[in-house]
Design a protein around this ligand. Structure first.
Ligand code: FPP
Length: 246
């Protein structure tokens, strides 16, 4: 009899932190750390596919990253362009549907066209939804969603905002991982991470391998997700009627 597949989180989100420190420790330019980070990301996508994870969302460039030295910013833009030409054929071959999430207006027209083309060419893939957050910030997302509703004259409710957010095409993340040892969310998925399980890894992103991902998943499995309820309620042992329930 086949061994049952262990439960994995459906949606994993990652703050890929520590590329710069990885490079600095080796007396290398920071951009070498970002290149190594891209390799780590490619491995991570493969690992998610192998583990049956349905959605992967990563923080590749934050709204605040424009404040970095200009050579690092242009290096990250080049890396984005390179990742499109290098990785899209293999993403397609593996059934990965790619989405770029964030404010594209500040990106060059050439990069914007490349992002749109990559999304279009992977749109019918179904195995893994892969969201790359680029020029993204959680506050930007909430503000753009509110602006969208206001411009249409729609009421602002939790549901309408949720549907206007940049990640409306996927359910909220079950597991949010941050590498690099910092204990912060740093303006990532502020709305969507309301009930995500958080996992902080000391590993720098280029060193975050399959074993580190498996450890995060194993920790996730030990967590009790209550979504505001009690332990008895979520375990099905509480028969007290909920008088407010419809
Ligand atoms: C944070 O590490 C990482 C980033 C700001 C960039 C993440 C980019 C990649 C993993 C490469 C993939 C990119 C694309 C374009 C798809 P840090 O630089 O803040 O590291 P530090 O905290 O050690 O300085």
């Amino acid at each position: 009899m086949a061994t049952p597949r262990p439960i994995v989180p459906h949606h994993v989100a990652i703050v890929m932190d520590g590329n710069g420190r990885w490079a600095t420790k080796r007396f290398l330019p920071r951009i070498v750390g970002h290149k190594q980070g891209l390799d780590s990301l490619t491995r991570c996508v493969k690992a998610c596919l192998e583990r049956g994870i349905g959605v992967l969302t990563v923080f590749a460039f934050s709204s605040e990253n424009w404040n970095r030295p200009s050579d690092e910013v242009s290096g990250l833009m080049d890396l984005l362009a390179l990742s499109l030409s290098k990785e899209v054929p293999s993403l397609n071959a593996n059934g990965v549907q790619l989405h770029f999430v964030g404010d594209r207006q500040r990106l060059s027209e050439k990069v914007q066209a490349g992002l749109a083309q990559a999304e279009l060419s992977t749109a019918s893939n179904q195995r893994l939804i892969f969201n790359v957050c680029f020029n993204y910030g959680g506050r930007w997302d909430i503000a753009q969603a509110a602006q969208k509703l206001a411009s249409r004259g729609e009421a602002i409710t939790e549901l309408s905002l949720d549907r206007a957010m940049a990640l409306a095409h996927v359910p909220d993340p079950d597991l949010l991982i941050r590498t690099g040892g910092e204990l912060r969310i740093s303006n990532f998925l502020l709305w969507q991470a309301a009930y995500s399980e958080l996992h902080f890894s000391d590993k720098l992103w280029p060193e975050f391998d399959e074993a580190a991902l498996d450890e995060a998943i194993a920790v996730f499995r030990t967590r009790e997700r209550r979504f505001g309820q009690t332990t008895a309620q979520v375990s099905g042992h509480d028969n007290t009627p909920n008088t407010k329930a419809a």
